[in-house]
Design a protein around this ligand. Sequence first.
Ligand code: PLP
Length: 357
Amino acid sequence: MALDRHTSTTVDLRSDTVTHPTRSMRRAMADAEVGDDQYGEDPTVNRLEERAAALLGKEAAVFVASGTMGNLVSLLAHCGRGDEAIVGDESHIFRYEGGGASALGGIPLHLLATERDGRLDLGDVTRAIRAADPHYPHTGVVSVENTHNRRGGQVLPPAYLRDLATIAHAAGVPVHLDGARVFNAAAALGIPPAVLVADVDSVQVCLSKGLAAPVGSFVAGSAAFAARARRQRKLVGGAMRQAGVIAAAGLVALDEMVDRLPEDHARARRLAEGLAEIPGVSIDPETVQTNIVIFRPPAGQDQRQVIAAMAEHGVRISDYGTVGLRMVTHYQVDDAAVDRALAAATAVMAPVAVAVA
Ligand SMILES: Cc1ncc(COP(=O)(O)O)c(C=O)c1O
């Protein structure tokens, strides 16, 4: 299968969202059978939802426009107005989704500290779940992220998710998983995604990140959850019509792009090992388990200046503020791109580091 890997002379490591659809996705989109999805009549959307649910081992799935929409409709499906969502202070839901759950759903976010490996401490979760008392808000959901974006793509193992679910379920609280990159997590663990998410009540999965589809995510869970999520998708304006045109790319993403994710992980590890050799750069390559690499430049180097200098070498990376700088590998990043990124990083960061040392 020919992948149209190189669309630019720049090495773009800002995110795996920058991937372009493959040729076979474009062909599938052009040929997609479509119908009106709001009547449940788009055969391609229906196939994608069935396939997504089966892959995740859940009763049903709902195709949504984005990861943000997937998390939003999931929280709306679990919570009534005033119900709290327990989330990490480094979670995507808290930091990067415009406060949508609170703004649109009246769902306050109850923040817990995110551990260095992306977990929420189970004792913290136990204490955060509210007792039944009219003074307190009701706890509507607990949400964790896998892989964890701001924790450098680290993976939560199934045993942790089981323990978390046991605590939440004992209090009658469902667990949501922001699994934007859950296929990366499953690949890193070497287990089927369905095993990884078996204990959570809902999961949001992005097709448009490492799987390279141009648009779309899905949420999966019980049939009752999916029915509520579908209704909430309508409320937020996310119900579409001949959406099979984009769902077709999502099907190709599931069929053709999952098995190659370990390549991205190996390249991310090589990036991390190369960065670790630059004097003063702070990174532990052992924590790079998937396709995200977060590092700090040598002391005294400004992150934004490093980004600008790397861009002059044709390598684009992201500012992740308090946690450092981020590079993400994806299918448009090959071995030569990794070499180029490391050469640029050395040219930009080594001279000052040597002077400081
Ligand atoms: C962990 C995580 N969750 C959710 C999202 C949201 O996805 P989207 O950009 O499709 O809204 C992202 C996007 O980067 C993410 O990294």
